[in-house]
Design a protein around this ligand. Structure first.
Ligand code: HEC
Length: 128
């Protein structure tokens, strides 16, 4: 009879550990740095920058109706966690000529948290 309790405790510990590795609410605070230029979520529109729904797995320059620089459009990158981490540290180093004016986020933990926040949103802007 004790087994389910043990299993639940184990699951709780596991969830706590992964939440510590990537903290969505901290990522949401970090997203404040992007909000002047980007939207995400249901009904997200292109602003100064393209909407960022379903970013991971998306190709650079893929948002319809957004006027990318040729640098971004031609970067030929598929966004995954590793590429995104490199990019967001220093956008102009990863995509020379990008029109994204952003100094970058240098802290790996903050990048991981921001990634967790962004990953919640599917192509349609709904949380997955
Ligand atoms: C000052 C405005 C501004 C801020 C702040 C900003 N961006 Fe951008 N971002 C842009 C613009 C403009 C582009 C399009 C770049 C181009 O076409 O060269 C872009 C492009 C991107 C792309 C490439 C999208 C694609 O479809 O290829 C990603 C990813 C991105 N931004 C993520 C972020 C994140 C995450 C943040 C916050 C940490 C952020 N940006 C902050 C303006 C901004």
């Amino acid at each position: 009879m004790k087994l389910p309790v043990v299993a639940a405790a184990f699951a709780a510990a596991f969830i706590a550990t992964s939440a510590q590795a990537q903290d969505v609410s901290a990522g949401e605070r970090s997203w404040n740095k992007c909000r002047a230029c980007h939207q995400i979520g249901e009904g997200a529109k292109n602003l100064v920058g393209p909407q960022l729904n379903g970013l991971f797995g998306r190709h650079t320059g893929a948002v319809e109706g957004y006027s990318y620089s040729s640098a971004n459009k031609g970067a030929n990158i598929t966004w995954d966690e590793a590429v995104f981490a490199e990019y967001i540290k220093d956008p102009k180093a990863k995509i020379p000529g990008t029109k994204m004016v952003f100094a970058g986020i240098k802290n790996d933990k903050e990048i991981a948290d921001l990634t967790a926040f962004l990953k919640q949103f599917g192509k349609d802007g709904k949380k997955m």
